[in-house]
Design a protein around this ligand. Sequence first.
Ligand SMILES: Cc1cc2nc3c(=O)[nH]c(=O)nc-3n(C[C@H](O)[C@H](O)[C@H](O)COP(=O)(O)O)c2cc1C
Length: 315
Amino acid sequence: MRVLGLSAGNPDGSAELVLRVALQAAEAEDAEVALVRLHDLELPTRPVGPGHPAGGDDGPWLWDQLMESDGLIVATPIYSRTIAGTLKLVADRLAGPAADIAFAENYRRMLEAGETPPVAFPYDERVFRPRVAGFIAVGGALSSQWKSLALPLMHQMTFSAHIAVADQLLVGGAGMPRSVVLDARALVAAARVGRSVAGQLGRAFEDVEYRGEPGLCPLCHLSVVTVSGQALECATCGAGGRLVVEEGAARVRFDDPDGLKRSVATLDEKRAHFAEVQETAATQGPLAEEIARRAAAYAAFDRRIAPQAGRRAIA
Ligand SMILES: Cc1cc2nc3c(=O)[nH]c(=O)nc-3n(C[C@H](O)[C@H](O)[C@H](O)COP(=O)(O)O)c2cc1C
């Protein structure tokens, strides 16, 4: 069983150090571990290919590393209240339809039936392998408002492929380079993340036990919500809940099973989303000529600028 560690921080910086602590703990649980430093990779914002940038692209290699792993531990520094841009880029390259388990199961069914899927996306059997994940975000700030959007964004790494999040950790106060090593509690908690992942490798999604801080949402265990009247939505995973007043105090409740099914962490919602994508394609596909005609009206308005090197790369 193999655990892949992704370091989105500075080489040897605080985020990478806590990742090493987590991977050491995972190795002590008999997992094979590997650390990928995102700074070592060449990752263009779009895949290399016709009409896309020239040069190297380690995206397919990274995809294979993830597909050949049973566990994933991601560590990022917190920049401007959220994750490092390199990690967002990785999520944009690796997550989404190509990794989506509902897309994959429908593709498999259509291919087995000899049908042609109406919308073509890359399909990889390996997304069905059960995987367990852990997240660690490290910030310099002590106060919560400087860290609030870090863990929610990290879930983009896992929900498409239905990877179960077993643990997540938010560390603050690492203001100076590498200073997380001064924080004994953070190091102990990082080792816990490693064990939470390594100790549950191979388990089916439903059987993975969550071992991090509880949080308000029962599905993603985070507490960032949007409120509309009395209706609530978990900003991380989309679970629906409600705001109630009990004994004069506002409380958050996620007690409606239909509300929980709206979470993108559930197979129900992923399947509903797949159906919606197919319906949208069925409606808009026959309008291809009309789309091209209307879009052409804006073609003459070209005020684009790019450096010379950029122009050559995308020519
Ligand atoms: C551009 C930038 C933005 C940052 N924004 C935040 C922030 O919003 N909240 C926070 O807690 N720390 C913030 N930090 C501090 C980093 O999270 C912290 O320095 C880092 O985790 C330490 O890692 P290192 O050892 O790799 O330098 C920021 C640092 C940089 C460079």
